[in-house]
Structure formats: C-alpha cells, structure tokens
Write a protein that binds this ligand. Structure first.
Ligand code: BG6
Length: 468
C-alpha cells in the first residue's frame, strides 16, 4: 500500500466529538446538555466519569491543533456542542461559543487542515429535553434547522464538509431503547418515533445547507456493520438479509432514497411499534440528497435464523450491549425476534472490550454501500479502543493499533482500487478521549492524554508510536 493508491486530495484525518474532549462544561455561556445531566444524575457511566473536564480541549485546542499539524493531518472532524452556541437550544446565541469554534476553524486552516464539522454528536441542550421532550417532539426539527443556519452562516465561508447526525442508529437505540444513554428511556415505540423525527431534522438540515451553501458537501455519519449469515443454510442467509435491512437499510434507505424498507415497516405495524409518517414527511425525506455517506466502521455482525438456535452457537450477551448490532432480546414484541438472532463469529479476534476485529468486513461495507447508493463515502470513524500504558521512558508503543489501522487501510485501498469513491478517512480518534460509558481507560487516540477515570491529572499530551 502506498499513497498513490489513494485519490490525490484524499482527506487523511482524525476525529473527535465535543462532549468527549472539550471539558469547560460551564465555561463562558455554555448551557447544560443531556450528557451533562445524565452523568450527574445516573450511575450508568464507568466510575461516574463525565466530560466536565475531559481532555480540556476547550482551553488547549491550540496545542492540539499544533500536534495535528505535526502529524500532518489533512482533515480534522469535530462536533459542535449545540448548547455552547445556544445555551437553551433556541433563541439566544452565545458569541463566546461561536468564537471558540471560529478560532478552532481558523487555526486548522492556518495549518492546512480541512475542518469537517459534525452538527450533532449526541449532546442535545438539556433545555430542549425539558421543554419539548427532546427528539420525540417535532418541534425540534425547526429548532435544529435554526441552530444549523447559524453555523452555516457563520462558518460556511470556511467549512466545506458537514456531517449532520453522528450514528443516529446508535444514539437512538442506546438512548430510547436500552436506557443506557440520555434521555435514559427503555421504550421501543418511543425510539422508533424519535428516530423518525431525527430523520426529518436530518433532511431539513441537508436541504438548508444546499440552499445556503451550494458548494458545501453534507451527509450523515452512520455506524455501519455488514451482517453475515452464520451458515449457508437458507434460513440463516435470509436472517442476514433481514438483519441488514433492520440494522443498516432502515437508516441508509431513508437518508439516500427517502423511504423506509417496506418489510421492516410492516413488521413494526404488526407489532404496534409504528409511528406517524405524514404525506409531507414523505415529500421532505425524498427531497433531501446527501452529498456523501459518512461511514463509521468498527465491525459487522453475524446472525442466524431465530428458529435455528442450537447449543453450539454462542449467543451475544445482552449484558454487553453492542451499539452496532441491536442484539435480539427475549421480548416477544421485539422486531428482531421475528428476523434474526445475533451470534458470535468464531473466526474473528476481539478487542479488549469484546468488539470483533474484522478488516475485511470494512472492504465489504465500503463496496456494499457504494454499490447500493452510488454516493461517495467519507470514512468518518474507524479505530481501536485499547488499554495503552506508558513504558519507563514515557512512551506508548501501541503496535496493536498500528496493526489494526494498517489492516483496515489495506482493505480501504482495495475498495478504492475496485472503484469505490472515498473522500477521506478520519481515524477515531486524534487524542484519547472520554468513551461515553467506558471512562478514560478505553483509549483510541494517536495522542495519549495523562488522565484517568478518577482525576484529570496533568492532561499532558504524549504522542504515541501510532502518531509517528
Ligand atoms: C462511535 C461514536 O460510536 O464510536 C464515538 O461516534 C465513540 O463517539 C466511538 O466514542 C467508540 O465507542 P466507545 O463506546 O468505544 O467509546
């Protein structure tokens, strides 16, 4: 693999999200987000970790951008915290919040780094949750558009690449089904309803961007994993098709074609899990055309037919909820119960956190998405969460991460060679950061941050071997 196998202006980058790095949770005018509240009011995060200080990027962003430049990143994907821009999510605008991101963008550009801005990476202003019930309310669609309009107007002269929602599939299921993210709800019907409202907000934001910034490029980032059948038994093959529809097409078909997969829609109706889709919704969803699909790839999944359960297959443990593959549960009303059951793939190694490592699945994902939707793909996340430790010379020899990234980049280059159009690749993540539920020990970065779950320590930045 060498550079010439990638397009000339390929965006080699790394990514982050506001709540996971910024800290400064009450700095200047910032209002609380649902993550600020959730981490204070529940004990669902490891060791009660939260993003109050995080990596203190809010105060140290210049140092971080200098490191990006030293690593020669061509792109940096970060998210904007809505409640930093609008403390209550609506009406009043915070100039200090805007100037933080404006300075960050200017700093990146001054170093030749292309900013890639995510509009929503899970930190809804708490005031919108309290006043309207968050994403369950259609009132959020125009409010999200108001917020996006401000960003397009203020930053559109300098930002070309925009991501609407980060991993809608993940934050809706963890937030509204499994009650392990805010708003801490366990109700499938409400999840599907909120998901539809977010689809409307996504389409509205894309249309608004195209109206205000005709040369900008915008798309959602989706947490995608191709689902394989456990065996060649036709029932398992059918289960894999259904699982792909349920886990992937359910979102990607809406983003790219403006329609839900019919089979899943019918199943939800039969299970009384359906939601209101008006004629106007239909028009709106069909009117929005993303310029690219953001792909966050960690791994895929394996399934067999629900009726094929046998003792030789290790079923996925529900205690370790996997956000990339909604595990079937015993609830007879759950859609998965009728479609598939998730099982372990016996051929794959796993990370320290039990996530399957499947680089070939990455090539399959890229090719399948491109073949199906014919849109350029921007890899907006891919990386390895691991326990990194400092050696006696204060170095981090993360050869396992280098190997992981190398294997995935080889598959990426193979996908490109086979004709898939890929705009860029942002590794997750640039610095170590807060892993939402797993605290600070699950490290993804090229740059080590000297902190742990219990103390912010020195917050010193130490480039790892993978950085070099
Ligand atoms: C994605 C998110 O789900 O995966 C990131 O977009 C997240 O915000 C990353 O940190 C890794 O997940 P985790 O749970 O290991 O932190």
């Amino acid at each position: 693999m060498n550079r010439s196998q990638f397009p000339e202006h390929f965006l080699w980058g790394a990514a982050s999200a506001a709540y996971q790095i910024e800290g400064g949770y009450q700095a200047d005018d910032k209002g609380p987000s649902i993550w600020d509240t959730f981490t204070q009011q529940t004990d669902k995060t490891k060791h009660h970790t939260n993003g109050q200080v995080a990596t203190d990027h809010y105060h140290r962003y210049k140092e971080d951008v200098n490191l990006m430049a030293e690593m020669r990143l061509k792109a940096y994907r970060f998210s904007i915290s809505w409640s930093r821009i609008m403390p209550t999510g609506e009406k009043n605008i915070s100039e200090s919040g805007l100037s933080f991101y404006s300075d960050l963008i200017d700093n990146l550009l001054a170093h030749g780094i292309t900013p890639v801005v995510t509009l929503y990476h899970w930190d809804l202003p708490q005031a919108l949750q309290d006043k309207y019930g968050g994403w369950e309310s259609r009132a959020l669609v125009p409010l999200f558009a108001d917020y996006c309009r401000i960003l397009f107007e203020r930053f559109g002269d300098r930002v070309t690449y925009w991501v609407t929602f980060n991993e809608q599939n993940v934050f809706t299921s963890l937030g509204y089904r499994w009650a392990s993210h805010p708003p801490n709800i366990a109700d499938e019907k409400r999840m599907f309803a909120a998901n539809h409202v977010i689809n409307l907000a996504n389409a509205t934001a894309i249309n608004l961007c195209h109206e205000l910034l005709p040369s900008a490029l915008i798309g959602p980032s989706f947490g995608y994993g191709e689902v394989a059948p456990f065996s060649s038994q036709p029932e398992d093959v059918l289960a894999a098709k259904d699982a792909n529809q349920f886990n992937n097409d359910w979102w990607l078909d809406v983003y790219c074609r403006g329609q839900y997969p019919v089979k899943i829609l019918h199943l939800l109706q039969n299970l009384n899990l359906d939601f209101e889709i008006s004629a106007a919704d239909d028009v709106l969803l069909k009117s929005a055309h993303p310029n690219f699909i953001g792909l966050n790839y960690y791994h895929g999944g394996t399934v067999r037919a629900p009726s094929q359960a046998q003792s030789d297959v290790v079923e996925k443990q529900l205690t370790n909820i996997d956000p990339y593959l909604m595990a079937a549960d015993n609830n007879q009303k759950s859609p998965e119960h009728y479609l598939f059951q998730s099982v372990e793939n016996p051929y794959l190694d796993k990370t320290d956190w039990g996530w399957e490592i499947d680089p070939i699945g990455f090539q399959i994902a890229l090719r399948n998405i491109y073949d199906k939707y014919q849109l350029p793909i921007f890899v907006t996340e891919n990386g390895l969460g691991a326990f990194d430790t400092l050696d006696s010379h204060q170095n981090i020899n993360d050869d396992y991460r280098i190997q992981y990234l190398n294997q995935h980049l080889l598959e990426l280059s193979a996908a490109i060679a086979s004709g898939v159009e890929v705009i860029g690749y942002c590794a997750w993540s640039f610095t170590d950061l807060l892993s939402w539920l797993n605290g600070y020990d699950k490290r993804y970065g090229f740059v080590y941050i000297d902190r742990d779950d219990f103390s912010a320590k020195t917050l010193t930045r130490i480039p790892k071997k993978s950085f070099y």
